[in-house]
Structure formats: structure tokens, C-alpha cells
Design a binder for this molecule. Sequence first.
Ligand code: PRE
Length: 352
Amino acid sequence: MTLDELREKIDRLDDTLLKLYNERMELVHQVGELKNTTGAPIYRPEREQAILNRLKAQNDGKLTDEAIDALFLEMFAVARNLELPEAVAFLGPEASFTHQAAESKFGALSTYLPISSIPGVFREVAKGTAKFGVVPIENSSNGIVTDTINCLDEYDLKIIAEVVMDIHLCFATICEDIKKITKIYSKDIAFGQCRKFLQDLGLDEIEQIPVESTAKAAKLAAQDKHAAALCPSIAAKMYNLPILFENVEDDMNNRTRFFVISNFENAPSGDDKTSMLVRLANKPGALVDFLNDFEKAKVNLTKIKSHIVGGQSVFFLEFNGHKDDKDIAEILAKHKDEIKVLGSYVKERDDI
Ligand SMILES: O=C(O)C(=O)C[C@]1(C(=O)O)C=C[C@@H](O)C=C1
């Protein structure tokens, strides 16, 4: 076929796609109307997952699983906005990694509210200014984010989804001579993630200025010709800050996991994870007894971290399964005074 003939065929297919999209959105609109009369949640991650799984299982064309995710997740985000536009608060500023995590779930069209602290994100969702909040929960190099655990404990909100993102930092500056750089801006934990890179370049003695976010670091470095930033490349681009080195983190497997929080609970999807906080009596064997119940029911515990909240020791625990699964519901009922279930949600990845 010639180029013109191929393009002609593509145009006809696009016409059909547009018609089908509109037909689909007509149905979605009706779903939205039904939900708006009952107050049921618009975002149903387990339903989206079921659609994606069904499509991937029958797919025998050129689209990879990742391509199916990319196309359909954006379409779901458009659909949700059509049902009811709902704002998304995230740990800002714009172009932060949390912003990228939020966009991966809520697409390009949603209303985003950058909030300058994790407790601030929880407050906006609790007040109802935003329907969803996106916050980091842990990083593969730096561990658990204490503010997020504290807020999950304090607020009566639910984790409704997780996002795991590979984290890459770049070294960016408007300074033309690297020897003239006198300060480096970044978030405190990012300096720790790039220690070896800074040493190798002889930049480890330069003053390190920790700021609230790597995006803010890019903004500040873009205004100072003796400064550099360790920041996401998306932030460097946003502030027209030339990138000198890409992927400067010491651990190439640097990942951050984020939680999406809201004010409703998900129905089971068949492939869920549940997070909870556990406060046990301070007596010998309390933890072993508690864990034994999970072992007996063959529930796969995937994470256990101890943490101090308000001077008291608390365990952050996760397991595969949904809180309403029969075996699990029994254990949770038995330990209801010791457990705060933080949410059951579609399992994304297990490698953090
Ligand atoms: O099935 C629903 O509950 C819908 O609202 C429709 C739809 C979709 O586009 O298929 C949109 C949003 C939900 O997150 C899940 C699915």
C-alpha cells in the first residue's frame, strides 16, 4: 500500500474509534447518573483492573500489556471526569514525583491541587476539597515515610490504590562551568540517593541545601547561576534548567511507592493487597501469636515494619488479599481491637 492509501485507512479507523469512544462515553454518562443518585464512588479501581485483565487475555495484536494500560487508563480517567469531575490533591509542587504518580492514575484532564505537606493532603481530602489524595509511602533506599503513616493513623481515610514508580534523578544547572557551582538544591533524601555520583564528580564538598521537594530545587537552581539541582528531569524541563547528567542516583533500582487515599472502600478485585496498622499488648509472644493466625489461614504477609506513633510502637503490616475475603475477615474480627485496616486495593507491584 502507498503512504496515502495507508493514511486513508487510518483516517477511516479513527472515524470509527471516535464513534465508539462517544458511544462508550454515553454509557459511562449513564453509569455516572446512576452513581450520582446513590452517592456510590465514581472511581472503581477493581472494575478498571477487571477490564484491563479481560482485554489483555484476549489480545493477539501488536499492543503490549503496557500499551493497553496506557491507552485504557487515560480513557478511564476521561470517563471518570465525565461522570463527575473530582479534584486530586498531591504532595506538591507541580512536577514532583508525586505529581507524576497522580497523573499516572488520574490522567491529563483531572483537576490537580499541589499541597505543600503530607498532612495538608490528608486535610484536603478529609475536608472534601479533593476527592483523592496522593502521597509517598516508602522509597526503596530510604524506607517508610513517617508523615504518611502518622496521617493514616490519625485520619479516617482509606487507601484505595497504590502506584510504584521508578525514580530517576538528574543533575541540572545553568552554570556553564561545573567548578563554579557553590550550592546544590534537592530534597534531603535525594542527596542520600546520589552520594556516590557526587563523590565521583568531586561535588560532595559543595554546600547541600535541602528544600521541601526536588521540583522546588529545580525552580531555585534555575534562578541562580552558581547553583545546581538534583531533581526529576520533568522538573528540570519545566523550569528550563539544562540537564548535565541523567540518572544520577546510586541505586538504579530506586523506587518509590505512593498511596492514593479517599473516603470510600474498594470492593474485592481478586488480586488485592491490604495495609493495616497493628498495636499489640506489650507482652512476650504478642507478635508471634498475632502472626500465627495469618500463618494458619495461609495468608501471605508481604510487609512488616515497626514504627513509633505518638511514643507508642505500632506495626505497619501488609498482606495479599482483601479485608472482606472470608478467612481474612475472621482474623481481622478476632483482632479488631488491635488493628486499624487502612485499605484493600488492587496489587500493583511486589518489588518494594
Ligand atoms: O463501571 C463503572 O463503575 C464506571 O464508572 C465506568 C468506568 C469505565 O470507564 O469503564 C469508569 C470509571 C470507573 O473507575 C470504572 C469504570
